[in-house]
Design a protein around this ligand. Structure first.
Ligand SMILES: Cc1cc2nc3c(=O)[nH]c(=O)nc-3n(C[C@H](O)[C@H](O)[C@H](O)COP(=O)(O)O)c2cc1C
Length: 203
């Protein structure tokens, strides 16, 4: 079987993409609009880039329903700031509920029952229930088309890292206590700590 993605409708190509690139970590991204209304939404097209400068990136796609930009991207273009909250097993339901398309300006923390805590380096609230929060300043923004199926790449410079004390051990984060979840294809998820193994690196 060989398939050329540009012969497919975008939503069929999307299914092959999310079935190939997995498991994906989830950036639970908090932002504010010009009036200060808070927004939070999950993005699994998310990864780290480098440590110095500490850069991370995620990719909001054009909204499939109306061809508009997602609220997260609108807010980041306005304020140039955001926080990536890491999703542990205990806030999965709330995270999933924020992926509902609320009208622009609705406080999604309040809608799903999450607690806001002020950022210290950026003027954006982070999710108190999340055990790790990466406060970011917008570093670079790239756009790849304007139609449904297209998307943008948001690169953030991490200017502050919040780590819940229970996870922090000798300069490292305890993965078991973080218990992060990953996104698979469709509506499936995986818990990172359920089946782990170690391979020593050869020199
Ligand atoms: C686990 C999960 C991962 C998601 N990953 C992405 C993603 O990488 N890119 C994207 O555009 N939408 C993604 N979505 C959908 C957005 O979260 C959804 O469109 C949301 O309404 C956007 O919110 P906003 O308009 O407030 O920014 C994901 C949804 C879920 C539940």
């Amino acid at each position: 079987m060989e398939i050329r993605p540009d012969t497919l409708p975008w939503n069929d190509a999307y299914k092959l993409l999310i079935g190939s690139v997995l498991p994906r970590p989830i950036a639970f991204v908090s932002t504010v609009n010009k009036e200060g209304a808070a927004n939070v939404a999950p993005f699994s097209f998310f990864t780290a880039i480098c440590a110095d400068p500490m850069l991370v990136c995620f990719a909001p796609m054009i909204r499939g329903t109306d061809g508009g930009k997602k609220d997260t991207l609108v807010n980041i273009e306005l304020t140039k700031e955001f926080i990536i909250n890491i999703v542990g097993n205990d806030i999965v339901e709330q995270m999933n509920n924020t992926s509902i398309e609320y009208p622009y300006g609705v406080d999604e923390f309040e809608q799903v029952g999450l607690t806001k805590i002020d950022g210290t380096a950026v003027n954006v609230p982070r999710v108190k229930e999340s055990l790790v929060g990466l406060e970011c300043e917008l570093y670079e923004l790239l756009h790849f088309g304007a139609n449904p199926g297209a998307g943008s790449l948001v690169i953030g410079k991490v200017v502050s890292i919040h780590i819940n004390d229970v996870l922090y051990e000798n300069g490292k984060i305890n993965t078991e206590k973080l218990n992060p979840i990953g996104r698979l294809a469709g509506h499936s998820y995986t818990r990172a700590i359920t089946d782990t193994f170690v391979i020593e690196r050869k020199r």
